[in-house]
Design a protein around this ligand. Structure first.
Ligand SMILES: C[S@@+](CC[C@H](N)C(=O)[O-])C[C@H]1O[C@@H](n2cnc3c(N)ncnc32)[C@H](O)[C@@H]1O
Length: 535
């Protein structure tokens, strides 16, 4: 006979497969409390949720007439804990919708004739035994609390190991003196030690945001887990001016007369105006080779400055000057524009266009399709990104996603970060067209900062000159070039398991640039490391 009492907790945990122990002659006490809902509602929720890996349990009718769900062994997932003795066993299982279930299977080889007792009465008896045996005097002690805490600790640990990127102020806690350490800090410290000893594998560090999971592996266990929120779309922080209004998209800026797939239309549509009447994409969804090669050539000629433009009123220099004036320093030639790389834009079809969602001129907006993985690099670059599949030359890999900040906001954030001595930095400038309007207001000189909010692209490392990715500005929702998307495409065929890299285009000797230089470990033959001074 099986007796089932359920205790547990519900939060977002997904993970490995598990099974309840099948005890032919056993009495199963499955204890589950549900923090958010009653267990019955919860099981109903499991039924409704198509993505669930385990089915709703059978109902067991007890002597008092109530129906209590009984877990089916084959339905359960995430068997984690081992046995506590040869004949009794503790199992923890979690489901795809975040239910955690703690089950204690007791030996019943003596074939007791179990009778249904009042749950509270059983718990009271056990609590009394515990108090006596272990000298527990705290009146708050209860088996239910113990079980709940057990499940909550399970959640904490599986969140590290299975699927979530957690944002915890754990590292600061380690620096505190013993007298200051709170129970929460201690908990984090224990977890950090567990993580350091074990290679971490997170099945989907995007927490289900991306259509395809992106795993994270910490192979030598040496890196701290990244602390950031995974987002799919660029998001305005505060002062940035980005106008997505449909009214701004004129007939010249969309192809309302097109139908189906623009790439198969006989006449090129209005959306090819950026690319001189030709689509940037092939019908197979790759970048047109000629277009790509021109972009690569422009990027590589950076050192010769062939493709640089110089702003009359450079937002980067203006902000440095403004801050210096506040500090009562004089203006000097130091504040002349140091140059920005010219870029070729792609314009994709969008909402006001007549074509459909599968139109071949909509690649970046459809998101990531390549199988990617975040991993700990062995050269000391921190985390990096690799592809788990071979990628053809010209394949769209991902977009650089972050908070949209103004140049001034980024400057202020950077000042704070310098004070905090942060190792890695994650900004990019949307500076492809800063010179076109003479004087840009601060809210129009935009940057992306992926430090706290970003996507997988924030992990892509720099490689001097021969990187296998190139960043290309893509216009989707806005007809101007103040705001645009930064899309990464492969510059050549990339083998499965190769690290993905892009050339950050940093001037390693410019200490005022918002993208801070670092000691480059890219390993490229063309790496300018030897000739650089570092800060
Ligand atoms: C956009 S992040 C890339 C992800 C980063 N490696 C991480 O662990 O989060 C940029 C930072 O990564 C590091 N980095 C990127 N490329 C590097 C390289 N070639 N050599 C050394 N460090 C690099 C630098 O600290 C840089 O500030």
């Amino acid at each position: 006979m099986r007796e089932t009492l359920n205790f547990g907790t519900t939060r977002n945990v997904r993970g490995k497969k598990a099974a309840m122990v099948d005890q032919e002659n056993g009495a199963e006490i499955s204890i589950q409390t549900n923090v958010l809902e009653s267990h019955r509602n919860n099981h109903r929720e499991l039924l409704q949720n198509g993505s669930m890996k385990y089915e709703p349990p059978h109902a067991v009718t007890h002597s008092d007439g109530t129906k209590i769900p009984e877990s089916k062994p084959e339905d359960m997932e995430n068997k984690v804990a081992g046995s506590i003795s040869e004949s009794s066993q503790v199992d923890i299982a979690s489901s795809d919708n975040g239910e955690v279930k703690l089950t204690l299977v007791c030996d019943s080889s003596r074939k007791f004739d179990f009778r249904r007792l009042n749950e509270d009465a059983v718990l009271e008896v056990v609590e009394e035994k515990f108090r006596e045996r272990y000298g527990i005097t705290n009146p708050e002690f209860s088996i239910k609390n113990l079980m709940k805490e057990f499940c909550q600790y399970f959640l904490e640990v599986t969140r590290y190991f299975n699927n979530e990127v957690i944002l915890l102020p754990m590292y600061d806690s380690l620096k505190k003196s013993d007298s200051e350490v709170s129970p929460d800090d201690q908990k984090h410290e224990i977890l950090m030690n567990v993580i350091k000893k074990n290679p971490t594998f997170i099945e989907d560090m995007t927490r289900g945001e991306e259509r395809h999971p992106i795993s994270l592996v910490n192979e030598d266990g040496s890196l701290e887990l990244p602390k950031f929120f995974y987002i799919l779309k660029n998001t305005i922080y505060q002062n940035a001016y980005v106008n997505f209004s449909l009214a701004r998209i004129s007939d010249d800026n969309c192809c309302s007369n097109c139908f189906g797939d623009c790439l198969s239309e006989p006449a090129n549509c209005a959306c090819t105006r950026e690319t001189r009447g030709k689509f940037a994409y092939t019908p197979g969804g790759l970048l047109e080779e000629k277009f790509l090669d021109e972009c690569i050539a422009m990027n590589k000629s950076k050192t010769k400055k062939d493709y640089f433009y110089y702003c009359e009123n450079c937002p980067l220099e203006n902000v440095v000057e403004k801050k210096s004036l506040q500090k009562k320093r004089k203006r000097s030639n130091k504040y002349m524009c140091k140059g920005h790389l010219m870029r070729k834009f792609i314009k994709e079809c969008w909402t006001k266009c007549g074509c459909d969602r599968n139109c071949g001129n909509r690649v970046v907006q459809r998101g990531i399709t390549a199988k990617l993985q975040v991993f700990s690099t062995s050269e000391g670059k921190g985390w990096g990104v690799r592809t788990l599949q071979e990628l053809e030359k010209g394949t769209f890999v991902c977009e650089y996603i972050g908070e949209i900040v103004t140049n001034m906001e980024l400057y202020e954030r950077n000042e704070e970060r310098t004070t905090n001595d942060e190792r890695h930095t994650y900004p990019v400038l949307l500076d492809a067209d800063w010179a076109s309007e003479g004087h840009l207001k601060d809210e129009e000189a935009l940057c992306l900062d992926a430090t706290s909010f970003g996507n997988v692209a924030r992990f892509i490392n720099h490689r001097c000159y021969d990187a296998n990715l190139i960043e290309i500005p893509v216009e989707v929702e806005t007809p101007d070039h103040h705001y645009y998307h930064i899309a990464f495409f492969t510059t050549r065929k990339v083998k499965a398991n190769e690290e993905l890299t892009w050339d950050y285009g940093i001037d390693f000797d410019d200490d005022t640039h918002p993208i801070k230089a670092f000691e480059c470990k890219c390993g490229s033959h063309f790496c300018g490391r030897k000739n650089r001074s570092y800060r």
